[in-house]
Design a protein around this ligand. Structure first.
Ligand SMILES: Cc1ncc(COP(=O)(O)O)c(C=O)c1O
Length: 453
């Protein structure tokens, strides 16, 4: 057995196609519905928000979608990303398990989000779009789209959830450095933002509210602006599959195959990115890999939410999709994993969970930061709070392997570094963080407001 730590690929190994799991889904996807009529949406409705190429990818059942050369050229700035064997973490835990992580923190803005931001900016530029709007939670998505918009000469307005805007001022500066305009949502720039502020002047905001604002600006721009989403939709998830395609090759280099693949889930994109190519091997080649999605106990969309049709945003302007949901008016507790506070889950991930092809588990904030610090001290990387949820479960798997004296192979997606999250670490180190359990009554109440379809 070699003692290699980093499993590296060359530029020529950069995937030439994204994997579209729609081709291999065991269940047909539920239709996407118009938020007003509750009838299936038409491409016309979606084209107010997205360019046709992305709408086509949304509903495509082609197994592979070629990555345009211009996108691959930009990917070369940071891809292929390293696969690392966490040997020092294994030693610290005294586990016989082999722990691998795919490190997406080497991207220009420090997370997996540029994998889709670059693709979305490319297709928008290609179809003549001049300006984009979006929302951001932790600021990772906003920074990624700011970087990508700048590459393709697009203007960008970012609606940033107010609580994150205040917790992470440097993310705003990063977005502005790339040329984007950033607003704390709810703002007074939109009819919906004004209505939220009227009802609650101290509203901390939520991803659902910020999405409503960004969608409203694009939808009322008479075609001048398009909207871009950083997670949840199929085209976003499939752009992320470069992560798993590379990881498959790198596990080959390591001459191992994971028994378990782990990713954190907000809207589902980094999880899908690493997991879908391994799921393809599971569905098509009979591999028995366990695939685990990890969410916070403060936003337990898969483990406690209902699998039902719901709006994608709080103002009920975005399409209705069938997904695991906590209700579109969900306002989460201010946990530090800003990217995991969305009320819904990607329809694809929800369907796979419903079909029993993937597992899900929820972990509390303090145990998550315990794991993050253990990881940082062993491996030298301070992880973002979001992937620290995956680290928690990877460590628990490694400890269970120790208990059982098993040489389990564990792979997780380290989808971002935490260099902009040090205020969260400071709060943790000073003993100021608390756990949040989302109350069952709140979920029951929210279910009464689901659309009647
Ligand atoms: C570092 C990081 N990880 C994870 C997420 C969650 O999103 P997704 O589930 O789409 O990967 C975010 C979202 O902002 C993020 O910034």
């Amino acid at each position: 057995m070699s003692d290699t730590v980093r499993f590296l690929l060359g530029e020529s190994d950069l995937p030439s196609a994204w994997y579209n799991i729609n081709a291999d889904m065991p269940v047909a996807p539920a239709p996407v519905l118009h938020p007003g009529t509750h009838e299936p949406v038409t491409p016309d409705f979606l084209s107010a928000l997205f360019p046709m190429a992305l709408i086509a990818q949304e509903v495509s059942t082609e197994r592979y979608i070629e990555i345009p050369d211009e996108v691959r050229e930009i990917y070369k700035l940071w891809r292929p990303t390293p696969l690392v064997r966490a040997r020092r973490l294994e030693q610290a835990l005294g586990t016989p398990a082999h722990i691998y992580y795919k490190y997406e923190g080497v991207s220009p803005t420090g997370s997996h989000k540029p994998n889709t931001a670059v693709a979305q900016a490319f297709y928008n530029r290609d179809s003549g779009t001049k300006a984009l709007t979006t929302e951001t939670g932790a600021g990772q998505w906003g920074s990624a789209l700011a970087f990508a918009s700048n590459v393709f000469g697009l203007e960008l307005e970012v609606y940033m959830v107010r609580v994150s805007f205040e917790q992470k001022p440097y993310r705003r500066v990063a977005m502005e450095t790339f040329g984007a305009q950033v607003f704390a949502s709810p703002t007074d720039r939109t009819a919906y933002g004004r209505s939220v502020r009227e009802a609650d002047p101290d509203s901390p905001g939520s991803l659902g509210i910020a999405i409503s604002e960004a969608v409203e600006v694009a939808a009322t721009s008479h075609g001048a602006k398009k909207y871009s989403l950083g997670s949840v939709l199929n085209h976003v998830l499939l752009h992320q599959t470069v992560i798993g395609e590379e990881a498959l090759k790198q596990m080959d280099l390591a001459q191992e195959y994971p028994d378990v693949v782990i990713g954190c889930v907000g809207g589902g994109s980094n999880f899908a990115g690493i997991a879908y190519p391994f799921l393809r091997q599971k569905i098509r080649e009979g591999r028995s890999t366990r695939i685990v999605a990890v969410e916070p106990t403060a936003a337990p969309t898969l483990t406690k939410g209902r699998y039902a049709f719901d709006y994608g945003d709080t103002a009920r302007m975005a399409p209705i999709v069938k997904m695991h949901t906590l209700g579109h008016d969900f306002v989460p507790a201010p946990i530090h994993a800003g990217g995991l506070r969305y009320h819904g889950m990607a329809p694809g991930v929800s369907a796979l969970y419903d079909a029993g092809l993937i597992e899900a588990t929820a972990v509390p904030q303090l145990a998550t930061f315990d794991a993050a610090v253990t990881f940082a001290r062993a491996e030298g990387i301070i992880p973002a709070p979001e992937p620290s949820h995956a680290i928690r479960v990877a460590i628990d798997e490694a400890l269970a392997a120790k208990e059982a004296s098993e040489e389990r192979v564990i792979l997780f997606n380290l989808c971002g570094h935490g260099h902009f999250d040090l205020a969260s670490y400071e709060a943790y180190l000073r003993g100021q963080l608390v756990d949040y359990e989302y109350p069952a009554e709140a979920i029951d109440r929210a279910m009464a407001a689901l659309p009647d379809v």
